[in-house]
Design a protein around this ligand. Sequence first.
Ligand code: ARG
Length: 266
Amino acid sequence: MRLLMCPPEHFDVTYEINPWMRIANGPDPQRARAQWTALHAILAEQIGADVALIEPQPGLPDMVFTANAGLTKGDLFVPSRFRPAERQGEVAFFTAWMSDNGFQIRPLPETIEGAFEGEGDALFYGDLLLTGFGQRSDEAACREVGTLLGVDVLPLCLTDSRWYHLDTCLIPVTPSLLAYYPAAFDAAANAALEKLPGERILLTESDSLRFGGNAVVAGNRIVINSGCAALAAALRKRGFEVFETDLSEFIKAGGSAKCLVLALEH
Ligand code: ARG
């Protein structure tokens, strides 16, 4: 498994673009560095993932959340088009890194309007690309990403600003096991999710508030924020090895384990 992470050198809360961010409640830099290093060690050492790093940039405090760089499929990469101006400066750095590392860049055409925030709002469930829209990404842009990458897309409307990216409230655990928080989606999305094949784990509100719905999956091993008791138990019951690691400082910016990682292989 190949992943991209960005060290938290410049991570901070200097603006507020989601309900979790409070400039007055910024992260502790040392604790953030220790938490990021622990997550990196779980992925690179315990799980054995091949973790590449991109150089962090001053003035881009959310660049640590590499899931929002864009979306890969094979050697194709669709760069994000961020909704908040505060994050738009990240695109050039991520795109240059992906291009230098062998990806063919497939930008959204200018004729397609709207935002697309990468793997934050686009997760593969088997071959189907589940996308989140209505908060940070737009439906038309999500559909166009499917066309650019040659995959089928199921757009799901997110209705609660606390779960503003799909990866904050949905985990495709395997191609036949989906975990999600129903209250984060509208009725049509819930109906569509219920129709998908496979088994479902419905996340509790308290686990969702601790970013339980934001997990890195590597085969039968899963990494989540600590303290998501019901989800950890449901996964362990099904034979998964669950790594719980404290990511409190990143939750102050509205992100947890999955947000800190971009998959370089699909
Ligand atoms: N502060 C960041 C933002 O609001 C957090 C991004 C979290 N990333 C994610 N993939 N959900 O853009």
